[in-house]
Design a protein around this ligand. Structure first.
Ligand code: HEC
Length: 154
């Protein structure tokens, strides 16, 4: 009749918090989303930063313009042909997954309506034709980074 068994409540509250937080850590998504996020953090974020902001002008931001770029067949092809993506130590399925995750996570607002996610087959075919001059390819598709994707990070 003295003190409440406080520690037990604290433990229960903590467990509840973990259970509640786990799906949120995946942004309410599936296990595939979680795996894609881990691949992004391991293989892409070192240059593009965890939030996709990149380090312009050397490393382009993945926030915004890339969503418009994948609205055309050439643009869909392009994202898997950029050397750093094409050569990532990921199989075609995992590269497609991380690219789709990147598009939804950072460029949802600019994705075309009804965007069809990239699939492993098209990503596999595209990455074999790795771009030898990605900056020139980018300029031909959507202008230079500065023109399309500056978003204030000069
Ligand atoms: C070593 C640094 C580095 C890593 C790691 C890296 N990138 Fe990049 N990324 C770049 C650079 C630099 C460019 C600009 C093109 C170039 O010079 O190859 C670029 C360009 C891109 C573009 C084109 C952006 C645009 O607006 O045209 C996409 C998409 C992209 N990267 C996705 C990824 C993904 C996905 C990963 C992980 C699988 C990744 N990158 C890993 C440095 C990196």
């Amino acid at each position: 009749m003295t003190a409440l068994p406080a520690p037990r409540y604290v433990v229960l509250a903590f467990v509840g918090l973990l259970v509640g937080v786990a799906p949120a850590a995946d942004q309410g998504g599936t296990a595939a989303d979680g795996a894609a996020r881990v691949d992004y953090l391991l293989h892409c974020s070192g240059c593009h930063r965890p939030d996709g902001a990149g380090a312009p002008p050397e490393v382009p931001s993945l926030r915004g313009p890339i969503g418009e770029i994948v609205g055309t067949p050439t643009g869909r092809d392009y994202v898997a042909r950029v050397p750093e993506a094409a050569q990532a130590p990921l199989d075609d399925e995992d590269l497609a997954r991380v690219l789709n995750w990147m598009l939804r996570e950072f460029s949802a607002a600019t994705l075309p309506a009804g965007f069809r996610p990239l699939d492993a087959q098209e990503v596999g075919a595209a990455r074999k034709r790795i771009l030898t001059d990605p900056l020139r390819a980018r300029a031909a598709i959507a202008g230079r980074y500065e023109a399309v994707g500056a978003h204030g990070s000069r």
